[in-house]
Design a binder for this molecule. Sequence first.
Ligand code: ATP
Length: 242
Amino acid sequence: MDDGALIQYKNVEIHQQELCVLSDVNLELHKGEFVYLIGKVGSGKTSLLKTLYGELDVIDGEAEVLGYNMRSIKRKHIPQLRRKLGIVFQDFQLLTDRTVYNNLEFVLRATGWKNKQEIQDRIEEVLQLVGMSNKGYKLPNELSGGEQQRIVIARAVLNSPAIILADEPTGNLDVETGKAIVELLHNICESGSSVVMTTHNLQLLKDYPGRVYRCADHQIVDVTDEYMPRQRTIEIDLNIDN
Ligand SMILES: Nc1ncnc2c1ncn2[C@@H]1O[C@H](COP(=O)(O)OP(=O)(O)OP(=O)(O)O)[C@@H](O)[C@H]1O
């Protein structure tokens, strides 16, 4: 295994019940990287993400996430792994019966935070990070979809995760709001967390570059070059100059 990799998959096979969804998966994530998973409906993006947080077993190959061997990880260690991950889904999954502040406090207390002042400071910090400083008193259903997704991202970064896993985080949002969410994830990535994000919105890949893997025909392929035309053009220009 590469010591520097946060995620390293080698020849991994992923099943949903008897169905082989992806085989021979080779994937790496390093600190500071932003990775997109693209591919048609049902091509295996969510299944792959689920293996990264121990929701779905890895059937074959070598799979390591933040030092945990995902082939042999014990059930009791999965919560420890998940505390180092920030997970963002398309459907927000905020607790609807409590305020934004209480949603965030709930997670901090569940992950061992006890000091009231430290909890308050951290909540204010993450709300500021996602541009929602003055919305702590609101109930989730008093927020727009984009605002709710910002709160979900705030919740995901509370414990400064090494990796954020985002499954179609812009899926329910209009184009502009979706772009703002991806911009926010890129900013968080620049400040230290690596990101793996599934998306159907290919325009985002051009606006906010990253490494791109495509799932298709039970395989996953690095297709970054297809989505980084400017960089490719510069390389071609340089070749001509030579
Ligand atoms: N819980 C499950 N039980 C059985 N099969 C499943 C389950 N979840 C997904 N599958 C199947 O696994 C395959 C991959 O699904 P997956 O959700 O990973 O695709 P996806 O690329 O994320 O799709 P989408 O773009 O629609 O989110 C599909 O054929 C799907 O029907």
